[in-house]
Design a protein around this ligand. Sequence first.
Ligand code: FPP
Length: 246
Amino acid sequence: MISKRDGRKIPKHIAVIMDGNGRWAKKQGAKRIFGHRSGVQAVRDITEGCTELGVDHLTLYAFSTENWSRPQKEVDGLMTLLVKTINVELPTLMKNRVRLTAIGDLQGLATGVYKNLSLAIDETKLNKGLNLILALNYSGKWDLTQAFKVICGEVIKGIIKPEIIDEDLVSEYLSTKSIPDPELLIRTSGEMRISNFLLWQLAYSEFFFTEVLWPDFRKKHLNLAIDSFNDRERRFGQTSEQLDFQ
Ligand code: FPP
């Protein structure tokens, strides 16, 4: 059980780039898919940890638009694992009142994957606990591009006047519409980049990078990330002195 601990600020939205499954498997002399399968335990632990802490939204980068270029066997293995995990975990999601949602180009997923995902999303839609957002066939550039396409279409139809386009309006056309931007981004495995994740939404997020490989990531590491988040001064372009007077 992870505790809120006195006075600690808990981010409302945490986004995670789950990285290092392949390297974790290689270290054990196993195939990459073994690393992905072991990563599911970390997904479970972190989802439970976020529920215990009262986090509102947890976004997991589960499959990027670029991941299609991996060997076909690995892509198939990941999709099978995704469907199996969703089906196996559904009763636990219901028990813990977790609402499953997804962002990304979901129509681009195989029909079977899309159907299973949609059923789980529908089944959990009234749950009032953590919103667990799977980013699937997702990339930040895809998200911005699809938003621009819709906005341009509405401008042509006269629904939107170009002069009213502002940051809030753009946010409303992204797949994360009505979800607050992540306050904290965690990336495992020592890589320090955002790999085409939530490009717009991460503008003011705090970043936490750890050497821990995703299959080893547990609540205690989540705790360290939140401690680090609490040590940061979030200035949003202002000076420290200005913040003191707020
Ligand atoms: C990155 O590690 C991981 C992925 C691309 C997939 C993440 C998937 C899971 C953790 C399993 C299923 C998830 C859910 C939500 C059910 P990598 O393969 O890039 O590792 P490497 O950098 O060491 O090669």
